[in-house]
Structures are given as C-alpha cells and as structure tokens.
Design a protein around this ligand. Structure first.
Ligand code: SF4
Length: 208
C-alpha cells in the first residue's frame, strides 16, 4: 500500500469516528467534514454554519461561495478542483448555533479543545506544509496569535502547530458578517495573502 493510500485509509477511519462524535452538548449536529483528501495543504475554518450539516460538506453556503471565488480568481482553480486537492478542516466540526446578538455562536474553549483532538490526528496523518487559516478564530488556533486582521493577513507565518512546523497564510472569514475584506487595507492584504498561497510550493504541488 502506498503512503497516500495509507493516509486516505487513516482519514476515512478518523471521519467515521468524527461523524459519530457527540462530545459537545451545546453543539448542533450533524458533524461536517470533507472527503479524505491526501494533501500537504490544509485549510482550517471556524465551524460549519446552519446549512452545511444538511448539505454535508464544509463551506457549502454563502461564505463558501465567496471563499472559492477568491481561490478561483487568485489561484485559477475552480471550487471542485480545490476541494479535491486541499484538505478542509475546522476548529469545530459542528454548528454551534446562533449567538444571542445574531450571527453564529463561536465555539467555546471546551468545544475547541475537544475538537482539537481531531485536528491533531489530521496533522499527524497529513504532515501539512501549508495551512490556510480562515477567520480570526482559526488564525488564533493555528498561529497562537490573536489580534487585528490588519496585522495577521498579508504575510506568511512560520509556526509549530500541533507538533508540525508549518507555513501559515491567514485569510479573513469570507462571511458577510464583517466588511473587512471589502475595504482598505483589507482588500490589499487579502490580495497579498492569496498571492502568498498561490506561490507556496505546497500549494503549487497540490494543484499541479
Ligand atoms: S464540535 Fe467536534 S468535538 Fe464537539 S461534538 Fe462536534 S465533532 Fe465532536
């Protein structure tokens, strides 16, 4: 069996466990995950929204449309190809429900910690070289840095994440909740971030 076949099988086993997970009482199932794509590039989002559970894959609604449009425009890769070549994960794999003030609730520390066990296993299986962290929660989870997007987006970070040395390109969350990426300096920083992703050898290899 090849290494890729072994990794695919390990991801399939992990996905079976993930799909049966009910560790977080406040989370709303079903668990959402993508296919067992063997890739050195991982994308880490925040958590699925209310529609993804029924559709059955991450970034399946409006935020996903924006995200895949960014990749199509900057990397020249359509959504279907991106999904086949990049492993899509998230800080939490269940819909957290709505926040009292509107918008989706952010996963809490306990939920993030419980769901991190799956990320740890995915990183061990895939040994990624590049991580695309989407949104402030995911950027904080992967880089350990919290702060304004102005300081985090548009440059490449080098971190040790879950035991693996990785390059990280931070991206804003594509949901309509924040206009950051539509205004300056967000527009320019997003363009710079996507150019870094496009030029990264791991991304080039994944899309070749
Ligand atoms: S968020 Fe993660 S750890 Fe919590 S129930 Fe869903 S899959 Fe399990």
């Amino acid at each position: 069996m090849t290494d890729a076949a072994r990794a695919r099988r390990a991801l399939t086993v992990l996905h079976r466990e993930l799909s049966a997970c009910t560790a977080c009482p406040a989370m709303i199932g079903p668990v959402v995950h993508g296919p067992p794509v063997v890739s050195r590039v991982m994308l880490v989002g925040q958590a699925p929204g209310p529609r993804e559970g029924a559709i059955g894959h991450p970034f399946a609604w409006t935020a996903g449309k924006t995200l895949f449009r960014w990749f199509d425009e900057a990397l020249g890769v359509p959504e279907a190809t991106f999904r086949e070549r990049v492993y899509i994960a998230a800080v939490a794999r269940c819909f957290p429900g709505k926040a009292s003030g509107g918008g989706d609730r952010k996963p809490d520390a306990g939920e993030i910690s419980r769901c991190r066990t799956y990320l740890e296993r995915e990183v061990a299986i895939l040994a990624p070289d590049l991580v695309l962290a989407v949104g402030q929660l995911a950027i904080g989870e992967v880089t350990g840095q919290k702060g304004k997007l102005d300081a985090l987006v548009g440059r490449q970070h080098r971190v040790t994440w879950l035991g693996r040395d990785v390059d990280v390109v931070a991206l804003p969350h594509p949901s309509g909740a924040s206009p950051w990426h539509k205004l300056e300096p967000g527009k320019t920083l997003l363009r710079q971030a996507l150019a870094l992703a496009e030029a990264h050898p791991a991304m080039r290899a994944a899309l070749a």
